[in-house]
Each structure stands twice: as C-alpha cells, then as structure tokens.
Design a protein around this ligand. Structure first.
Ligand SMILES: Cc1ncc(COP(=O)(O)O)c(C=O)c1O
Length: 423
C-alpha cells in the first residue's frame, strides 16, 4: 500500500468510510479530555451504547415479574438464547441448528472434547499449535490425562519453522498426513492470539477429515473478526467467547458450533444437563436424558441472562454492517496500519503477523527492536498516554484496529504516539 503519512489522509479516509457512523454506537474510553486510542478489541471489545438498556430491561423484568420473567416478559428467559442464534450462525457460517450461545470458551472446549475426542490406544493424539493459548493447552492436556493417556506422547504440537514466526498451512497438512493415523483430534485456533495469524481452516479441516481425525477450532480471535464458513468447511466443532470482537463485555456468554452431521448423533458420548434436554418434555422432569437435536443438545444449564443480554445490543450491529463490509474495511484499516508503521518506523520494529492480508484478521503483532525492558517501557508509556494496546510475554505488542469502531485517525494517532514513545 502506497501511503500518505499525513494526518489529513487518515481524516479523508474516515470521511468517506461507509461504516464510520458505527463508532458512535460505542463508548470510547476517554483520556485527557479526548478519545483515547483504543486498539485492544482483540482482548476486550468496547461497550455498545445499547447494552445498558437491554440489561436495565432484564433487571426491570426481574423486579416486576420475578419468576414469571421466564415466560411472561417481552423477552422470556426460557428461550432467551434462541434470540442470539441467527446472528451467531451468520457470523460463523452455520445453520441455526449448528449454533448455541452457552457457557464460556474453555468450558465449551471441554464439552466438545468430551464428545469429539474419542481416543483409543494407537490413535490417542491431539494436534495443537505449539503456542496455543494456555487455556487450550491445559484443556487438551487434561483431556488426554482424563482418558488415561500421557500428554508427553499424545500431545502433538506444531510450530513455525526455525527462524519463522508463523505456521505454514502446508506444514500443518503434511504433519496431519504423516501422523494422522495416530491423531484423534485436530484442535487449532482460527486466528492465533499471539501472532495474529489467520489459519486456513478450510484446508486444515479437509486434511484432518481425510485422515479420519475429528477437527475443531478455537475462534476466540476469529469470530466477528474474519469471515467464517464452518458448515461448508465441514468442521466438527468450534468454540468462542463474546468479550473480544463481539463486544459483549467481560465474562459474557460464549458459544459453540457442532456440525449438522452430528445433530442427531444421540449415541455420541456427551456430558448432559437439563437445558440440553428435549424442550417439550423438559419440565415434565423425566429422569432419562433426551438431547435436543443440534448444538443446543450440548447445553447444561439455563443461560445467564445478564451475561447474554449484551449480545442483543451487539449482534444487530454486525447484522446491520454485514461481515463482508466489515472485512473490507478491516483489510483497509489494518493495511493502513502496516503501511504507516513501515513508512514511519522502518527500522524500529518487526511485524510478526503475516503480511498477506488473507492470512490475518485485524490484529498486528509487533516486536520492537529494543531490549525487552526498553520495549516494555515504551509500551508502558503508550498506555499512560491513553493508548490501549497490549503486551504479551516475552516481547510482543498486539494492536487491533477494529472496523466496527476504530477509525483511520485512531491508527494514525497510534503510529504517531509510538514514534514519540520510541524517541
Ligand atoms: C485464544 C483463546 N482461547 C481461550 C481463551 C480463554 O477463554 P475463557 O476464559 O473464556 O475460557 C482465551 C481468552 O482470552 C483466548 O484468547
């Protein structure tokens, strides 16, 4: 991208951005009398202005209707999660029966592995990324042990080639082809949390299924960030959280995808709870579990209404903007960030995230050409000046311009602030 480094260029881009009005739907944290530079949506998305209203409404329903709120309110709590299904299905490229909002990410990962990781001697391995998010690593290692196997032999980790930062799809597929006979489940991220690399989920799912492995993805950094087509890609399962790009607030309800192929696989082992039981007979309190067909059949408990309500304010913004338009803006916004960094700080940093736009979402991960302590000092200085990005050990600064609420001017101001912090 040929880039003009002047502030006026960013302002022009914002003036013609068809999605610029969406910024006004969010609270932008303030700093020194103005908007801070918030580039941390990969960690916690900003609060949509509509959230307080939906939460207040639920509090009012509770105050006025009490237990009757389950049935008699304008948004009855009993089928509450069903209101979220359509938008979530659109975001992950699924049919409604394949999607459910429930629990939080790591809980859902365990529930999915309980059904889709079915190891047997000789085929007990799980394939993960070497630098998978720690919670995923703990989850898969504990599942391996739970089944009586040892992570030292049953956990296969794939890393970048020596001297490289990101994984190559060909290496992932070659490993699956070579080791597939002993891999029960392939479990990777959709977008890598540390490097921002977007994986080719379609190719990986194809390789895994060709080798008879089940395949699932952690979409924490992918949902609401990059387009997904889980149904067409034939993925077995996926899990996500809603507090990053879905802007549903800290600890918000997560979600889960189970491919339609498994919708009526009632003999698949699973951990069961009453909310996964057939809706028509649930309140007859039968002692025998009869799962709801589809992803809903993996629910355990009645949903946390106050942790689900923010999605009712947030998901309509995605429906209104459309993932295609958001992605188009995201490509421009992150491309602009990359080009500005290269133009203004060519010798100061390395971008770890893949350069090819198709191989990344909105996040760029940056390593400063400083000692770790000097890099950390520059980061701390940025934060003290109202520049929200984040630091991941040992030396990575993650920055994510989010197309829903970030502007080109945010990006310009960030690069100017970084330049100053490095002087
Ligand atoms: C990639 C990834 N996986 C898993 C998790 C854990 O999510 P939770 O605490 O909702 O289980 C996170 C949290 O940030 C994450 O970034």
């Amino acid at each position: 991208m040929n880039v003009a480094v002047e502030r006026s260029f960013a302002e022009q881009q914002d003036a013609t951005d068809p999605l610029a009005h969406l910024r006004a739907e969010f609270f932008i944290p303030r700093h020194a009398g103005g908007d801070s530079i918030y580039l941390c949506g990969h960690s916690l998305g900003l609060q949509p202005r509509g959230v307080a209203r939906v939460i207040d409404e639920e509090l009012r329903h509770w105050a006025e209707l009490a237990v009757e709120g389950h049935f008699a309110s304008s948004r009855p709590w009993l089928p509450y999660h069903e209101q979220l299904t359509g938008s979530l299905a659109r975001l992950v490229g699924a049919q409604p029966i394949e999607v459910v909002a429930m629990n939080s990410l790591t809980v859902n990962l365990h529930l999915m592995l309980a059904s889709f990781y079915r190891p047997r001697p000789g085929r007990e391995a799980i394939l993960v990324e070497q630098r998978a998010f720690p919670s995923d690593q703990y989850a898969v290692a504990s599942q391996i042990r739970y089944h009586g196997f040892e992570p030292s032999t049953a956990l296969i980790e794939i890393g970048p080639r020596p001297g490289e930062e990101v994984l190559r799809t060909e290496d992932i597929c070659t490993l699956i082809e070579r080791e597939g006979h002993r891999i029960a489940t392939v479990m990777l991220g959709g977008v890598q949390y540390l490097t921002g690399q977007r994986f080719d989920l379609e190719a990986i799912a194809r390789c895994a299924r060709q080798q008879g492995c089940t395949v699932g993805f952690d979409l924490a950094h992918a949902i609401g960030n990059v387009p997904l087509r889980l149904h067409d890609w034939d993925v077995d399962f996926a899990v996500w959280c809603s507090y990053k790009y879905l802007n549903a607030g800290p600890g918000a309800i997560g979600g889960c995808f189970v491919h339609e192929r498994h919708a009526r696989a009632f003999d698949l082992p699973r951990f069961a709870g009453w909310w996964g039981h057939d809706k028509d007979s649930r309140f007859q309190m039968p002692s025998r579990f009869q799962p709801i067909p589809g992803a809903e059949g993996w629910q355990l408990s009645n949903p946390p209404i106050l942790a689900a309500a923010p999605l009712l304010a947030s998901l309509p913004l995605f429906d209104a903007a459309g993932m295609d338009r958001l992605r188009a803006k995201s490509l421009r916004l992150t491309g602009y960030l990359e080009a500005l960094l290269q133009a203004r700080l060519p010798n100061e940093l390395t971008i770890l995230t893949p350069r090819h736009p198709e191989s990344r979402g909105c996040q760029l991960s940056i390593r400063l050409h400083r000692s770790p302590s000097a890099a950390r000092a520059a980061f701390d200085l940025l934060m003290s000046q109202g520049v929200f990005c984040d630091w991941r050990e040992p030396d990575v600064i993650r920055v994510a311009p989010v197309p829903l609420y970030n502007s080109f001017l945010d990006v310009w101001r960030f690069v100017a602030a970084l330049e100053q912090a490095l002087q």
